[in-house]
Structures are given as C-alpha cells and as structure tokens.
Design a protein around this ligand. Structure first.
Ligand code: ARG
Length: 458
C-alpha cells in the first residue's frame, strides 16, 4: 500500500513506479533525512503540535531505523519511491501508526531540499580539506626544489625560464580560489528550507528558527515557494567543482606531458601508475589521465542541472528529482581526484637536471638580450629586431646565445659588451624577474609564505 494511496483506485504501473522512483540513488541521503526528521519532530513537540510521548516514540523509532539501516538490517523498496517515504514506512513498521505523525506540517518538497543542504554542507567541508591537502603537497614540493629552473611556456613553445616552484605555485593559487569559492557557496547552502511545506507554508504553529538552531543553519529561507524550488546552491557548488576539476585537469595534462620521454621532467611513483597488457616497458600516468577525463562529467552535471532549472514554473516540480545524481557524482568525482592527487604529487620525483638542461639549450633568454640592449640605450622594438636576427643566426649555426663569441654578438649590435654573458646566464635571467609575483627566488619565497598563511587559515 502506497503512503499516498488513498485517492487512487488502481495500482501504479510497474514501469511508472520504477521510472518515477529515486530510491536507487537518493538512499545516499538517509542519514540526512533522519537527522532532519529528528529535528522536525523535536520542534513539533516543543511547539505543542505533538504530545511528548509521540515525540519520544518517533525519535526512538527513527534512531532504531537508522541503526538497522547502518547494520544492513533494513532495506528500501521501489514501491515506496524515495528515501523520504521509505524511511517513513520503516518508521511506521517499527513503531506503528504513531509514526505517521512525523510528517505533520511537512512535505517531501521542503524535506528533500533540507536533505540536499545537509548533505552538501558536510561534503563541502571535506572537499575543502581535500583541496588544502593538495595545496600542502604542492607547497612542500615547491619548497623541496627551491632552485630548480625549468622552461616556462607560452603556446607550449619555450618562452622564458622560470622556477619549477613558481610553476607549482600557480596551481596552489588556482586551488586557493577553489577553496574560497566553495566556502563562499557554503553560506548559501546553510539556509533552512524546512517549514516551507509543500509550497505555501503550513497551518501548524511551527517554529522554523528553532529547527534552524537545532540543525545549525545560519538562516531560514524567507519565501516558501523559493525554499522548495531553489537549487541555486547545487548549481553554485557544481560550478565551483567544475572549475576545481578544470584546474586539476590542467595540472594532470602537464603531468602527462612531463612524464613522457620527450619531457622527462618528473617521474610518478610506481604506486600511482599502471602498466600495459601488451607493452612490457610501459608505465602509464593513468590517474592523471582519468582525472582529466572525469572533468567532463562534472561539466556535464553543471549544464544538466542548469537545463533542468531553466523554464521550471514555481514551485516544486518532479524535474527537480534530477538534481541528485549529478550532485552525488560531482562530490565523488572531485573528492576522488583530490584524494589521489595529493599523494601523487607528494611522491613525484623531480628531474632537476633534465629541466635545467632544457633551459640551457634553448632561446628562453632571448628576451633578456633584448632587455640588455634596452639598458644600453636601444629602443625595445629595435632591440627585438636585433635579437631576432641573432637568434636566426644561432639557429643556422646550431648554437644558442651563450655559445656566441663577443665578435659574433657585435656583428648584430656594437653596444654588446662582455657583461652580456652574465646578463644571459640562466640563474641571472630568473633572478632578474623580481617584479611582484614574478619568478625570481625572492618573489617565489614571498608566495610560499603567503599561501602557507592562507592554508593555515583554511
Ligand atoms: N524524490 C523527490 C525528489 O527527489 C522528493 C520530493 C517529491 N515530492 C513530490 N511531491 N513528489 O525531488
């Protein structure tokens, strides 16, 4: 018998039952659902809506149901559609018809919104912790290789030498914004929808602020129609998660490149790689590839949810049931990636010699020759032209700038003197970029201190 069966004369078509049910996935919310019900019934008692003996019976019953579910001694059925009705049914089975009083002054519409918020606000805390762990791993790696120089790229062409630590800190900065975005969104998650009823409020003298206090919500949703149909908090969360995945994916793309024989800048620990079923020599960066690959599903969930919301009339519509799987999967996808990325970075070996070699045999100090000429009085545009011709000459001779003799340099510009070799030395080139936020060791040290402070405050 359905809990809402009174008005019906026929049994629900089996396929309809399966199609409209959400229990297959929303059972994930059973703890939140019971927690919310405990607060609701406590309030019903305090407001004199239910007598104390009923409240006690319901509370004890809910706890019993929770225990049974935790021990796998109770199970859900598709007949009861979703987690809310299933738990109500289990409660009634446990304590009899008095269990039917729990739903007084409440609807599944405000109940489900509450469950989603309870679920998400706890998960956001875990995700922030995951991001912070990854930031810590990146910071440690940066500190372990304070002088390592690598080519910096634009267009994936070598551009200017940078500190490897500077490159890692770029990701620390991205993840810092992700942390801040998640924490900011938390404020809008942590608002109580319960008490909105189905859509218009309730005739019972409920106390929403008391429920908010019990469940530690900062505020109460002020409009009942909005309270039951608002999923902005899930959109915001998914958008923040999508960006975090984008950042992870970019880092992973670099790890995939860097672990290739062509780069060989880093080596991932064996424990974080997998082999090939046919090629015995292979060691593949599967985790990095999968994180990159899984980014797409989080983007999909974001667009999916925005599309569900678009054009929905007020207030609750069954379409909203489509909000859950994407949210659960987003949480799991991001958490799963973070849990692996932190130890993968921590155990990664950095090939400092290989990165330094890459910088020594290229033209990433060409800008510095132009800057040198500017200091000798040439307009920058003219200096650019001179250096361009010098580079072309080097390419034809199979040399790099530091291979040229002073005579060769002077063929291109007679202002060049012996101090040019010092100006073009890689360590000098890096140290010279000492503008705020630049790659010079002093700036990188400053960044490390800054992000360590932020991390400590997270
Ligand atoms: N399973 C539903 C959902 O996830 C719960 C709310 C259902 N409300 C209703 N009146 N059908 O959205």
């Amino acid at each position: 018998m359905k809990l809402w069966g009174g008005r019906f004369t026929k049994k629900t078509d089996e396929q309809v039952e399966a199609y409209t049910a959400s229990i297959f996935f929303d059972q994930e919310l059973y703890r939140e659902d019971i927690l919310g019900s405990l607060a609701h019934v406590t309030m019903l008692g305090r407001c004199g809506i239910l007598p104390p003996e009923d409240v006690e019976a319901i509370k004890a019953g809910l706890k019993k149901v929770r225990e049974k579910l935790e021990r796998g001694e109770a199970s859900f059925s598709v007949e009861h559609e979703d987690v809310h009705l299933n738990i109500e049914k289990l409660l009634i089975d446990e304590i009899g018809p008095v269990g039917g009083k729990l739903h007084t002054g409440r609807s599944r519409n405000d109940q489900v919104a509450l469950d989603m918020r309870l679920y998400l606000r706890a998960r956001v805390v875990e995700l922030v912790r995951g991001l912070a762990n990854l930031q810590a791993a990146l910071l440690d790696k940066a500190k372990a290789h304070p002088d390592a120089v690598m080519p910096g790229y634009t267009h994936l062409q070598r551009a200017q030498p940078i500190l490897f630590a500077h490159h890692l800190l770029a990701y620390v900065a991205m993840f810092q914004r992700d942390v801040e975005r998640l924490i900011d969104g938390w404020k809008r998650i942590n608002v109580l929808p319960l008490g909105a009823g189905a859509l218009a409020g309730t005739t019972f003298p409920i106390d929403r602020r008391y429920v908010a206090e019990l469940l530690r919500f900062d505020d109460v949703a002020p409009n009942s129609l909005d309270a039951v149909s608002d999923r902005d908090f899930v959109v915001e969360f998914t958008a923040a998660a999508a960006l975090a995945m984008a950042h992870l994916s970019r880092l992973c793309e670099e790890l995939v490149l860097w672990t290739s024989a062509e780069f060989s800048f880093v080596e991932l620990d064996d424990a974080f790689c997998t082999g090939s079923s046919i090629m015995p020599q292979k060691k593949n960066p599967d985790v990095a590839e999968l994180v990159r690959g899984k980014t797409g599903r989080v983007y999909g969930h974001l667009v999916g949810l925005l599309t569900v919301l678009k054009g929905l009339p007020l207030a609750y519509n069954k379409d909203l049931q489509e909000d859950k799987e994407g949210m659960f999967d987003t949480v799991k996808t991001l958490q799963g990636a973070l849990d692996l990325m932190a130890p993968m970075i921590a155990t990664m070996k950095v090939n400092e010699a290989r990165m330094a070699e890459a910088v020594r045999r290229d033209f990433s100090n060409a800008t510095d020759l132009a800057d040198y000429l500017v200091r000798k009085g040439l307009p920058f545009r003219q200096a650019h032209e001179v250096v361009g011709r010098t580079v072309l000459y080097c390419l034809q001779q199979g040399k790099v700038l530091l291979d040229l003799t002073l005579d060769e340099f002077c063929q291109f510009c007679d202002r060049i003197e012996a101090d040019v070799y010092d100006a073009l030395a890689i360590e000098r080139v890096v140290a010279a970029r000492n503008s705020l936020g630049g790659t010079a060791p002093e700036q990188v040290r400053w960044q490390i201190g800054l992000f360590e402070e932020k991390l400590a405050a997270t």
